[in-house]
Design a protein around this ligand. Structure first.
Ligand SMILES: NC(=O)c1ccc[n+]([C@@H]2O[C@H](COP(=O)([O-])OP(=O)(O)OC[C@H]3O[C@@H](n4cnc5c(N)ncnc54)[C@H](OP(=O)(O)O)[C@@H]3O)[C@@H](O)[C@H]2O)c1
Length: 303
C-alpha cells in the first residue's frame, strides 16, 4: 500500500477513479483534479479525505496543481458522444500531454487507457494485438481519442523522461456501477441488450476492489519508454453469463438482440499484468452480487 505520498488524481467525479482516490486518501495526500460542476461533487470528494483542486485539463489550466507530486493517476476522459472529435481530441490527447508536461517532476505517471483501442474478435488480445475503432457505434470519438492519447503519452514519457504506465482497462464495475449495472437497468426496463454475432460476447470484468489494489503495481511498472499493460480481470466471462447471473439475483429476464453494431468481444490476455499484480481476486459472481446489494438492494429481494 502506498503511504505518505502526494498523489494527483484526475477524473475523481467519474466511476473509475473515485474508489481509487478513496482507497489512497487515508494514507496519502490526495489532490483530486477536476471541474466539479456537478451537484455535490465537492462534498463527495472531501468526504473521502481528498482535496479538490480546480483544473480544466482541456484548457490546460493547472494554476492550482502542484508540479512535483510523487505520483499522477490520470483517469479523466471526455466522450462527447456527438462526433465532436476536435473537442474530445483536445481534452483526451492534447490534455494529457499538457498534464504530463506540467507534472514532469513526478516519480511516475499512470495513464488509464482502454481495451476499447483493440480490434476485438475471437482470440486473446495481448498488448501487441492490432488496434482499431472498436467503439465506433457506441461512442464515435472514444477509441480514436484513446489511441491518440496513448500516442501523446508515449511521446511525452520519452521527451520528458517521465516514468509512465499506460494501462488498458477492460470492464470496471462495483459499488460505483459500470457496464453490468447498465445491463441490469436495461433488464429492469425490458430493453434488449445488444450482442455481437461473433460467438459468445467475452469481456473480462474487473471489480473495483481489484483495480484499486492493482494501482500500486501499475505505478511500479512505470518506465521510459512507457510500459503498456492490459488491465482486466483474470477470469473469463461473457455478457450472456453476467446478464444471466443478474437475472438469477433479481428475477429480471435478459432480452438479447444480436447486431453487428454491438461491441466486438474482447478476450483479454492478462499475463503481463498478473506477473506484477497477481490474478484478480473478486470472483465476478460475488462482485455482481455486491454491486446489486450496494446499489439496488430492493431489486435483490426479487431473486
Ligand atoms: N467506465 C468504463 O467502463 C471504462 C472502461 C475502460 C476504460 N475506462 C477508462 O477509465 C477512465 C475513467 O473512466 P470513467 O468511466 O470513470 O469516466 P467518467 O465517469 O465519464 O468520468 C469522466 C471524468 O473526467 C473528468 N473530466 C472530463 N473533462 C475534463 C476536463 N476538461 N478537465 C478535468 N476533468 C475532466 C470529469 O470530471 P469533471 O466533469 O468533474 O471535471 C469526470 O471525473 C477513462 O480513462 C476511461 O477511458 C473506463
Amino acid at each position: 500500500m502506498i503511504e505518505g505520498k502526494t498523489i494527483l488524481i484526475t477524473g475523481v467525479t467519474g466511476q473509475v477513479a473515485f474508489p481509487v482516490a478513496a482507497r489512497l486518501a487515508g494514507a496519502n495526500r490526495v489532490l483530486a483534479l477536476g471541474r466539479f460542476g456537478g451537484k455535490g461533487d465537492l462534498e463527495r470528494v472531501r468526504a473521502i479525505g481528498a482535496e479538490p483542486r480546480y483544473c480544466d485539463i482541456a484548457a490546460g489550466d493547472f494554476a492550482k496543481v502542484p508540479s512535483d507530486p510523487d505520483f499522477v493517476l490520470h483517469f479523466a476522459v471526455a466522450k462527447s458522444g456527438d462526433n465532436n472529435f476536435n473537442a474530445d481530441l483536445r481534452m483526451n490527447a492534447e490534455g494529457v500531454g499538457l498534464l504530463m508536461a506540467h507534472c514532469r517532476q513526478a516519480k511516475a505517471f499512470l495513464h488509464c487507457s482502454s481495451t476499447g483501442v483493440y480490434r476485438g474478435g475471437a482470440g486473446p488480445v495481448s498488448e501487441e494485438s492490432p488496434l482499431a475503432d472498436h467503439h465506433q457505434y457506441l461512442l464515435p470519438t472514444y477509441s480514436i481519442c484513446k489511441i491518440a492519447a496513448e500516442a501523446v503519452v508515449r511521446m511525452s514519457a520519452r521527451s520528458l523522461g517521465l516514468p509512465t504506465t499506460i494501462a488498458r482497462l477492460a470492464v470496471p464495475y462495483g459499488a460505483g456501477g459500470g457496464w453490468p449495472w447498465f445491463h441490469l437497468m436495461m433488464m429492469k426496463n425490458g430493453a434488449p441488450i445488444p450482442l455481437h454475432p461473433a460467438g459468445l460476447n467475452h469481456f473480462p470484468l474487473l471489480h473495483e476492489d481489484d483495480y484499486t489494489r492493482q494501482v500500486e503495481a501499475l505505478l511500479g511498472m512505470a518506465s521510459v519508454p512507457a510500459t503498456l499493460v492490459n488491465w482486466a480481470g483474470s477470469e473469463p466471462t461473457t455478457i450472456e453469463a453476467w446478464c444471466k447471473e443478474l437475472g438469477a439475483l433479481t428475477g429480471f429476464e435478459p432480452k438479447f438482440e444480436t447486431t453487428e453494431r454491438a461491441l466486438q468481444p474482447l478476450h483479454i490476455d492478462t499475463t503481463r499484468l498478473e506477473a506484477v499484480a497477481g490474478p484478480s481476486r473478486v470472483h465476478w459472481r460475488d462482485g455482481l452480487r455486491q454491486m446489486v446489494e450496494v446499489r439496488n438492494p430492493e431489486l435483490l429481494a426479487r431473486g
